[in-house]
Design a protein around this ligand. Sequence first.
Ligand code: NAP
Length: 469
Amino acid sequence: MSDLGTPENPIRVAVVGSGPAGFYAADFLLRDQRTVQVDMYDRLPTPFGLVRAGVAPDHQKIKAVTKLYDRVAARPGFRFYGNVTLGQHIRAPELADFYHAILYSTGAETDRDLNIPGIDLKNSHTATEFVAWYNGHPDYVHRTFDLSHENVVVVGIGNVAVDVSRILAHTPERLAETDMAPYAEEALRESRVRNIYMLGRRGPAQAAFTVPEVRELGRLEDCSTVTLPEEVELDPLSAQFAEQSDDRTLATKLDIIRSFAHPVDASKSRALTIRFLTSPAEIQGDAEGRVARMKLVHNELVDDGRGGLRASATEFEEWLDVGLVFRSVGYYGVPLPDVPFREDWGIIPNEEGRVVDMDTGRQIAGHYVAGWIKRGPSGVIGTNRPDAKETVEHLVADAVEGKHLFPVRPHPEQVDEEIRGRQSQVVTWEDWQKLDALETARGAEQGRPRVKFTSVEEMLAVMREAGLA
Ligand code: NAP
C-alpha cells in the first residue's frame, strides 16, 4: 500500500481530451475519497469536445450537460490546459515525468470508410466534416459545401445522419435560433436543397436512430418526412427479432417509421425520405468530376450467424440523381502519438479502461482510457458516465496498490512551468469562462443561445484583448 492519494501526496492525473468522457472521468476522480488532482488537456482553446462541436445546434437542451462539467471544473484540484496538443507541445512519455496516471479521452475524431466507386468525387463528404463545419469547429471553418443542388443523399440512419438531415431540412428562421456558426447559417439560408434521402442498408427494426430523434423528423416545420410503404413492412426474420427484442423502445420506433409511410406533403417546400434495405453501390460524376448520380442496390436481410441480421444485396438496382452526398456511417478513432492503437477497431487497446500492450496484452501501468477511444463510437453522452466510472475505479485501485507512474517532477507548478515554456498561449478555465461569457453575450444580442468564435486566432485575440491568455 502506498500513501498516494493523501493531501500531502495526491494522485496526479493528466486527462487528455475535454469532452464528456474526460469530464465524467475528472468528476469521479475529484470525488474520490483519496486526494486526486486533475490537469485536463485539450488541443483546442475551448472545452467540451463533441458537446460543442458535434451535438446539433438545434439541440440546446442536450448541451445543458456542460453545466455539470462547469461544476467539475470548479472543484479544487482541477486545472484546464487548453490550446495544448499532445504530441506537439508535450508527448505522452513526457507526461509520465509529471503524473501518476494519464487518462486518454480523445473520442473518435474521424469517420469510418465507405468504399464504393466514386466516393471521392467532388461534393461527396463525410457527415463528420459537415457537422464540425456547421458547429464552428476551428479545423473545419474553411470547408465549403455545395448546397446549390436539389437532391442530397445521407448514407446511414444513425443519429448523426438524422442530425445532418434535420439541419438540411430546417427553415432559415429555425436555424437562426441556434448556435450554429454564422457562416454555416448564411450558407444554409441560401440552400437550394429540396429532397433529402437517408439510406438505411438494413430494415426499420435495425435502424440505429433513437426514438426522440426519429420522432422529431415528423415534426419539421417545412419538410415532409416519408417512408416507403413497401420498405417498412418487416420481413419474417425482423418480425421475429422485433417480437423477441427486449428493447422496449423498438415497437415505438417501428410505429413512428410506419406513420411516415404516406405520400409527400406537397404543401411543404422540402421532403425527407427515409429509405430502408438500400445501399449505395456507386457514385457517378459529371464532366467536372462532381457527384451526379448514385446507384442504389436493394438488400434483403439474412442471418449473420451471430444472432443478428445483415444486409445482402439482391439483383434490384435503381439510380438516383443527386448533387451532394454525406456519408454518415459512424465515427472512427485516430491514433495518438506514442500511444498504442488498435487500427481495426479504431481504439486504444484496453481492458475495462486499462491500456494494454498490443503484443503481450499486458497492462501498461499508469495509462487509461475512457469514452469512444476506449469502447468505440457508440452510445449517447450519458453512456460515458458509467464508462468513465469503470476506468476511474481501476485507476484509483491501481494507484493505491502502487501500480502507477513514478513522476520525477510531481509538483503542480513543475508541469505548469514546462507547458508554458513550450506553449505561450495556454488557455485556462478562467480564460474559457470569459470567452464563454462573450459568446453568450453576442448570442443574446441576436436572440440566440450563443454566437461562437470559430478560429483559434480569433479566440486567442479576444482573450488577449480581455487581458487573458
Ligand atoms: P451509428 O449509430 O453507429 O450509425 C451508423 C449508421 O451507418 C447505421 O445506420 C449503419 O447501419 C450505417 N452504416 C455503417 N456502415 C455502412 C455501410 N457500409 N453502408 C451503409 N450504411 C452503413 O453512428 P452515428 O450515427 O455516427 O452515431 C454515433 C453515436 O453517437 C451513436 O451512438 C449515436 O446514437 C450517438 N449520437 C446521439 C445523438 C443524440 O442523442 N441526439 C446525436 C448524434 C449521435 P447498420 O446498422 O446496418 O450498421
